[in-house]
Structure formats: C-alpha cells, structure tokens
Design a binder for this molecule. Structure first.
Ligand SMILES: Cc1ncc(COP(=O)(O)O)c(C=O)c1O
Length: 454
C-alpha cells in the first residue's frame, strides 16, 4: 500500500485526472443526485470488505454515485447558508498539502509551514488593526474557533481580582440574539450561561449591552462580550466599538466572531463598519467562507497569545521537546487541538499568487451584487426587501407566500439546477435569502430567481 507499483501508477493517473477535471470546471455545476440511502447503497454496498478492488472501479463508484449526490458549495449558483468559493490556486495547493503529510502541531516539526501560515495570520491581524503581539492558529472552522477563544475568556476571567465577587452564578457571556448557534453550543460545553441582550433591529450595540448589564445587576460574572461581525442570517455587523467599550468597563474579554463577515475587512467600501475590531481580545474569520480557501479553514487570532497558550498548551512528557525553545510558535497551543493539518497553506499560496487586491476586488463583487439585488427586489411590486444589506446577504419576502410556497420555489430551482437557495426565517416568518460570495454569481441569475417568484 505504501510502495509505488503498477496499481499506484494507475491510481495516480486516474485520481489526478479526476481532480484535474474537477479543477477545470468553470463554472462548477450545482448537482444534487439522489439522496435516498437505498439508491446510494446499491453500488457502494460491497466495496468495503476483506478484499480490495480495482481502483478505477472504486473511483467509478465515486464518480457515478458519490460526487453527483453532493451539492457543490463552490458553484456560483449556490446561494444558501454560507457558500464557498475556493480559488483554483487554493484548491491545487490543498492537494499538495494533502500529499505532503505536514504535521502542523509544532515549530519543531513544521517550522516552514507554520511560518507561512503565520504570515497569513499577520496579514489578517493587520487588516483588523490588532497589535504586533497578536497571533494564533488556523483551526477547522468558526465553531472550533469560538469554542477555543471563549475557553480562554473563561479561564482569564477566573484569574481576575474580582473573580471572588461573583454571586455564585456560573460564568457568563454577553451575546446578542443573532449570535451564531455555535456560540450557544460553546457556552453549553464550557458550562457558561448567556446574558442575551434584546436586539429588536438585530444589531447588538454598546448602549443596549450596557443597559442589559445595568438591569442584570451581576457584572462580575460576565467573562466575555461576544460580538458578531456579519451575522449569518442577515450579514449585520454589530457595534464593535460600543461593545469593546462595554467589555472594557466590565474587565471582560472581547470576542469578535467574524467567521462569515470578517472577510469584509478586505473590502474598502465597508471597512469603516468594523471600527472597534482592533480592540478584540480574540477574533475569528473563516477563510473557507469569504476568503476563498477550501474547507476546512478558520483563522483564530488572540491579542495576547500567551493567555491562550496558558489554557490550551498540552502537557505531556512526550511533548516536552516542542516547548523547549523560547520563541518557537506551536499552533497546537492556541486551540483545543493537537494534531492539525497545515490548513492555512492553501490560502498562503493563493494570496501569494493573486495578491491581496484581487481578494479585495472579489469580495467587493459580492457586496455590489447584494446591493444590486436589494435594489431589484425593492423595484418589484410582489417582493419586499427586509433590510438594506450590510454585507452580502439579502433577506426578502414574496408578498402573500406561505412557507410551503417558498419550499416549492426553492425545490424547483434546485431540480432545474438554477440555484440552491433554501428559505430562511426572519422574526418567525419564512422568508427568502440570498447569500452571495462567489464573484461569478451574476445579476442575470438573480433576476431569473426573482422572476420565478412572480
Ligand atoms: C458568524 C458565524 N460564526 C460561526 C460559524 C460557524 O463556522 P463553521 O461552520 O466554520 O464552524 C458561522 C458559520 O456559518 C458563522 O456564520
């Protein structure tokens, strides 16, 4: 299995040929295939057993059955949830990283790869205005980043002088109603509670947070203030400067979840909306979303990485050697992981090849498309725009439609391979939602989707 023999040569040719064809898809089609497990199992059923199979036969099953039953998140027609749009450069380099078996735990094992990843983290930190001391690690996603960062927030709170003054409550985080679902999961896992601030217009502001703290009466138990820079459902950027102020007043950790929207730091047209992000104690942005990296890649940055190290560094005699030399950067120390893929490298390669301004231009395209789509929606009498987009998400309603109407419309669009645009909900009502991200999604496609609501 580990030698290069006739079968290996055959696999190299076949698998690379498949990968080449996938890379050359322009545009990537949506696909969806069958989702019936019985259908999927017909061809796959006997593959896993004591004896092996011809690699072309197995690849044939992948090609005919597995791949078509996946909706391609990197299609410009994928407009649901948060799409993906990895550059060809990043995809190519991801293959190289897979073949290179880079163990991204420690400087000892992978100094070159970690240095390149850290260059990218620095670039992002500079965009956010974080100090030269800032640093962190690439982790698997925004959920992992939120969990890792808020674990540091909680442990840091335990060490502050006022820690003894809490009323016996569990540690808490102040959050808005529209914080991502992974934040609620994080708090549950960390045995923390949420102080949820009412946000009638869905934007968490400093004054609203301050009022909630005053009404609540137990400021000492608040370990963290969590802001969202680009809510998932509506793309709203919270009042980061106001929330930084509240966190400061509480002596609490200020965490900014920019998993989706953090990429807007690279878009001059919206950069001013992020004022205050430079005060974050921790900040996450997912390059696998709007920085055009392949899955799975989240950048997690800390203002004071030493605090994260004190929480996440793993203590084991066989690992002592990676902590021997001062000044060496061990990505394992900044999140709840040990083994890690050097998942920042595809982004490093692509950014180096294309340059940052190509990224800015591609991000601006989605923002411009969201504005144009919003204007188009506002101009049609059977549609209603729910709000002007801050970033690249557009929420709107089809006047008179029930939830079933939205589902029928979305199903037909997918059946016809026009678009993947599942309905969302807004204040309890089923609504439609565009999530733009791919620079090749066109206004013509938007118009076609809207026409089909007439
Ligand atoms: C604001 C926000 N935070 C966190 C996440 C979770 O990120 P991931 O899916 O990479 O774990 C998302 C995902 O959409 C998000 O939009």
């Amino acid at each position: 299995m580990h030698r290069v023999d006739r079968v290996t040569e055959q696999m190299i040719r076949s698998v690379l040929a498949y990968a080449e064809n996938r890379l050359r898809l322009d545009p990537v089609p949506l696909d969806k295939g069958s989702r019936d497990p019985a259908d999927l199992d017909v061809i796959m059923a006997d593959l896993l057993g004591e004896e092996g199979h011809d690699p072309d036969q197995v690849l044939g099953v992948y090609t005919s059955t597995v791949a078509p039953a996946v909706i391609s998140a990197d299609s410009p027609r994928f407009l649901g949830f948060i799409p993906a749009a990895p550059t060809k450069a990043a995809l190519l380099f991801d293959m190289l990283v897979s073949c290179a078996s880079i163990q991204g735990i420690s400087w000892l094992e992978a100094a070159g790869a970690i240095h390149a990843e850290n260059k990218v983290l620095r670039l992002i930190a500079d965009r956010a205005g974080l100090p030269a001391s800032a640093g962190g690690s690439f982790v698997s996603g925004g959920s992992a980043a939120n969990l890792s960062a808020l674990a540091v927030a909680r442990e840091t709170a335990k060490r502050r002088p006022s820690a003894g003054q809490t009323t016996g409550r569990r540690w808490r985080a102040l959050v808005g109603e529209d914080a991502h679902s992974s934040v609620a999961n994080t708090l549950r896992l960390l045995e923390m509670d949420a102080l949820v601030v009412d946000t009638p217009d869905h934007r968490l502001t400093g004054p609203a947070a301050a009022a909630a703290v005053a009404a609540d009466g137990d400021p000492a138990s608040i370990a963290a203030v969590v802001a969202t820079a680009g809510t998932t459902n509506a793309g709203i950027i919270d009042d980061l400067a106001g929330l930084a102020e509240v966190a400061d007043g509480l002596g609490a950790w200020f965490h900014v979840d920019g998993a989706y929207g953090g990429a807007g730091l690279f878009a001059p047209s919206v950069r001013d909306r992020y004022a205050g992000i430079e005060r974050a104690d921790s900040f996450v942005v997912d390059p696998h979303k709007w920085l055009f990296a392949p899955f799975d890649c989240a950048a997690l940055l800390y203002r004071e990485p030493a605090l994260a190290r004190s929480v996440h560094a793993q203590d084991a005699s066989y690992l002592d050697v990676i902590h021997d030399a001062a000044g060496e950067w061990n990505p394992t120390d900044y999140a709840h992981h040990l083994t890690r893929r050097a998942r920042g490298l595809p982004l490093w390669f692509s950014l180096s090849v294309h340059g940052v301004s190509a990224y800015s231009a591609a991000i601006e395209k989605a923002i411009a498309l969201a504005r144009a789509a919003a204007a188009e929606i506002a101009s049609r009498d059977y549609l209603e725009l729910i709000m002007e987009p801050d970033l690249s998400v557009v929420l709107f309603r089809r006047i008179g439609w029930s939830a079933a109407d939205y589902t029928r419309w979305a199903d037909a669009l997918l059946d016809d391979q026009v678009a993947f645009i599942p309905p969302s909900a807004w204040e309890g009502e089923t609504v439609a939602r565009f999530a733009f991200l791919h620079p090749d999604t066109s206004m013509d496609l938007v118009a076609e989707i809207l026409d089909r609501m007439a």
